[in-house]
Ligand binder design. Structure first.
Ligand SMILES: [Zn+2]
Length: 900
């Protein structure tokens, strides 16, 4: 599963309707005495499990419910008077169990929430039996979980999303990843529509009343969360074949969108071939369909039927952008990597979900680098790793391998720690072990566990064979939260040089964390030696260690203590090491190493090791780099200070600083792509103009953005498609009622999902109080699909001037919000307070959301992290405000700044 990074989109990904498992347990105790006790959390695997499913679904778009039946072949390991399955929002009509040709009636137990029990009139088992159940379920119009429907144009289409715990909304089942068995699906659909599932169609037969029956081949062993369906008036684009087994690939789109699938159809075979070559195992399934799902906020690796948000997989050729295409190749690489890591070999339980998600993220990065090295995906990925480090600095951070003991834990497991830290760890140990040895280990792992489940311990044993050191070091990062802070100090004596290394957990100022922690950290360094450089690695296992730099005589001129930026640690240079590196424009460093260094500088202002004023003074040296990734990384240090750190009287100075850093190059690049310019220039233009207009508030940029926004509203050709978001956001932040009305009307007519998303988000960016008060209710009014208009609620919380409106609106409309928004979106509501930086709002948010957002699945940890973020902001402001303002007071742009 791949989620979009943007907060407002992550909010769109609703989580399930369960109350916390604590509540489930409480209710279980209230179940009438004659019913056998339901499971506490997991189903009793020691009693009974499935061996095969047959599912029969009648799916008609634009209906609110579906009817269905399921037959589950079971194997009882011991006698039991009851069979417990997972089920949610299902109405079971009747059920019978067949044992040795004899029918046993089952009484249906509908409590507690999350489960259905089938109580028999006698004990059943040990041995085989088959359960038959007929039932009805919901085709949701507000959620994107279970079986749901989305509208494209005036047509409804049905799709499914079962990961992590939503297959139970489609059929009663053993909804845990360890139950991995074959499934056979049959769909009853309208004659003029198409139906898709994980496998090829075996037969189609016409039925009565304009319906037909579509029977699919039995699947290979799959957990419930990987089963999928899609139904509607879809078009199919042939994408040829790929892989050793010449697998047939198709792109499935809503009617009228075939031309937009061109890039996906052209690139999928290459993506699949590269993955197959790396894994050394052929693609395992009989076909591959990739499905465009309107408004879907992510992508899902269902075996043989991968779903993607339409905005990811399709685009009109004349509106397409390098960003969309790169995003597509990256997401497709992630989902298709899952066909091996996740589908062929499945995590045994959700506590090891990093084996699916960290792995697929790491493999996607590797795959994109192999396919398009010039895109420098490894540098983009590094930003993801550093994002994980930021989250990992919280005391409320999850471990990569966190015990999963409730539905809250399952939902929380799909976070940046699982995806990005998991990926970063694979990257670090690949670099430490060497890529070839690492690849062989992965091949061994996949071969050993194909069609089965695996755990972290099994992965590590297969990866490193007899080398226990690797497994122990890797585990030290999987089994404890936090990011190490490594300090490096150079010592030179008698012609010999050594690096003194220490490790401790990185805690920001204001953190309540203090407990000592140790990791076994692979540290690889590069340093000046002779006329070139040398590399040396060590495993830092104790609080401190020495690394002898054996290939230099005398003191090396420079040392990079995180070679290739492959280490998952923050780095603090002692003595002159940093200054030595920065000499000569840090020319010894790669682009990735420069990005890591800037990210570390930003982080070190957070724990007080570097004054923010000093970091602001260092940023200009990097801001004129030829590598756009380096330029944009400086924004980690320089932007976003206006809301909490810069005093009002110094705002003009701060804006002058930003303009000096980015204004000249922004002006050079202009607002429109030039013929023949590089894709890097297009990315840089957008980033620079975004800062110049939105943060430096340059009057010229604002005026131009307003002019372009109006022109674009008349004619979309007036603005490059990748500039639309920036143009509209700058214009909206400084816009009047007339512009607001025009944007709102345009959003209603807009047929492009990306543009409509831009427009809706921008409705929340206007600063005039009257406009904000008109905008916020639109999120809940039904004027737009709520799955799309949710962003309006969060947009005003980005800025100090408008934050209160969004926060107060959420508080005042809580009950309506919970009723209207997708199930469990309330878990994410505390993000509306995430920008605050004072004790009063912190206390208010805690008292308001406790008992409210925490009732949604995944809610408690999200609230804890938002509150901890506010605490850290308060401490950061106290520590760094003076240094920032002192820097700005005396700041004068260098004569040449901004012109290079
Ligand atoms: Zn994934």
């Amino acid at each position: 599963m791949r989620r979009r990074a943007h907060l407002t989109t992550s909010v769109l990904i609703a989580v399930c309707a369960l109350l916390s498992s604590g509540v489930s347990r409480a209710r279980a105790g209230e179940t009438p005495g004659e019913n056998p006790a339901p499971p506490k959390f997991r189903l009793p695997a020691e009693v009974v499990g499935p061996t095969r499913y047959r599912v029969d679904l009648t799916l008609v778009p634009d209906q609110n419910t579906f009817t269905a039946a399921i037959d589950i072949d079971l194997q009882f390991a011991k006698p039991s008077p009851v069979l417990w399955l997972n089920a949610e929002k299902l109405e079971i009509k009747d059920a019978t169990l067949t044992v040795a040709g004899e029918k046993v009636t089952a009484k249906i137990i509908t409590e507690p929430h999350d489960y259905v029990g089938f109580a028999f009139d006698r004990s059943v088992g040990p041995g085989p039996a088959t359960l038959h159940a007929a039932f009805q379920g919901e085709i949701s119009r507000k959620d994107q979980q279970g079986i749901f429907q989305m509208k494209d144009g005036d047509q409804w289409y049905i799709y499914s999303q079962f990961e992590a715990i939503y297959a139970r909304r489609a059929f009663p089942c053993f909804d845990e990843p360890n139950y991995k068995v074959p499934w056979q699906l049959t769909l009853h659909i309208k004659k003029d529509q198409a139906g898709f599932s994980n496998t090829p169609i075996l037969s189609v037969t016409n039925a009565d009343e304009g319906m037909k029956t579509v029977e699919f081949a039995e699947t290979k062993p799959l957990p419930s969360y990987l089963v999928a369906v899609a139904v509607g008036d879809m078009e199919v684009v042939d994408a040829g074949t790929a892989g050793k087994k010449h697998t047939h690939i198709r792109i499935v789109v809503p009617r009228g969108h075939s031309a937009e699938a061109k890039y996906a159809a052209e690139t999928t075979p290459a993506i699949l071939n590269l993955l197959e070559n790396y894994f050394g195992i052929p693609y395992a399934y009989d076909k591959l369909d990739e499905v465009a799902v309107p408004l879907f906020g992510g992508a899902m690796e269902n075996a043989g039927l991968v779903t993607y948000g339409s905005a990811i997989i399709i685009q009109k050729p004349d509106q397409d952008t390098p960003e969309r295409q790169r995003g597509w190749v990256s997401v497709a690489s992630h989902e298709l990597a899952h066909q091996w890591v996740g589908d062929l070999v499945t995590t045994a339980w959700w506590d090891d979900i990093w084996l699916n998600e960290g792995f697929a993220s790491w493999m996607a990065n590797k795959n994109v680098n192999a396919y398009h090295p010039e895109w420098k995906m490894n540098v983009s990925e590094l930003n993801g790793y550093q994002g994980a480090m930021e989250n990992d600095a919280l005391v409320s951070a999850r471990q990569v391998r966190q015990p999963v003991q409730s539905n809250n834990d399952i939902i929380n497991a799909f976070d940046g720690i699982t995806y990005n830290k998991g990926s970063a760890l694979l990257n670090m140990f690949e670099s430490y072990m060497g890529p070839e040895k690492f690849q062989q280990g992965i091949h061994r792992y996949l071969l050993k566990y194909e069609w089965k489940n695996a755990t972290s311990a099994e992965f590590l044993a297969a990866l490193a064979g007899d080398d226990r050191t690797i497994a122990a070091a890797f585990s030290s990062f999987l089994e404890q939260p936090g990011v190490p802070l490594v300090t490096a100090q150079l010592e030179c004596h008698d012609g010999a040089a050594q690096l003194d290394l220490t490790e401790q957990r990185f805690f920001p100022l204001g953190s309540s964390g203090a407990a000592p922690q140790l990791w076994k950290v692979p540290v690889c360094v590069r340093y000046a030696a002779g006329t070139g450089s040398a590399r040396e690695c060590t495993l830092l296992e104790q609080k401190s260690a020495e690394l002898h730099l054996t290939q230099t005589t005398g003191c090396p001129g420079w040392v990079e203590a995180n070679d290739g930026a492959n280490g998952y640690y923050r780095l603090l240079y002692q003595g002159d090491l940093l200054d030595d590196l920065l000499k000569n424009d840090a020319q010894e460093l790669s682009v990735a190493e420069k990005v890591a260094l800037i990210g570390d500088l930003a982080a070190l202002t957070k724990n007080g090791k570097i004054a923010l004023g000093k970091a602001l003074a260092l940023a200009p040296a990097f801001a004129q780099s030829p590598a756009r990734q380096v330029v944009t990384k400086t924004m980690d240090i320089t932007t976003g200070l206006q809301d909490n750190l810069v005093s009002d009287d110094l705002l003009p100075q701060y804006r002058k600083y930003l303009l000096a850093l980015y204004g000249g190059r922004a002006r050079e690049l202009g607002w429109k792509a030039q013929p023949g310019e590089s894709e890097d220039a297009r990315f840089l233009r957008r980033a620079l103009l975004g800062v110049v207009g939105n943060e430096a508030e340059d009057p010229e940029a604002i005026a131009e953005a307003k002019r372009l926004a109006l022109a674009w509203l008349d004619d979309h050709k007036a603005v490059d498609p990748d500039m639309v978001g920036v143009v509209l956001s700058i214009a909206a932040r400084h816009g009047d009622r007339d512009l607001f009305d025009r944007m709102r009307a345009a959003a209603k007519k807009e047929t492009d999902e990306n543009f409509r998303g831009n427009l809706l988000f921008c409705l929340g960016l206007f600063q005039d109080p009257e406009i904000i008060e008109t905008a916020l209710p639109i999120a809940l009014s039904g004027e737009f699909d709520v799955r799309e208009s949710l962003g309006i609620l969060f947009a005003p919380s980005e800025r100090r001037q408008t934050r209160d409106f969004a926060y107060d609106f959420v508080k005042q409309n809580w009950d309506l919000l919970v009723a209207k928004l997708p199930t469990d979106t309330g878990a994410y509501a505390p993000y509306v307070a995430a920008g605050y930086c004072d004790a009063g709002h912190r206390a208010d948010a805690e008292s308001f959301f406790t008992g409210r957002s925490t009732k949604s699945t995944g809610g408690p940890r999200i609230l804890a992290q938002v509150l901890e973020g506010i605490d850290l902001c308060i401490a950061y402001k106290n520590a760094q405000e003076a240094s920032v303002n002192e820097f700005l007071k005396s700041y004068k742009p260098a004569a040449s700044a901004g012109s290079q």
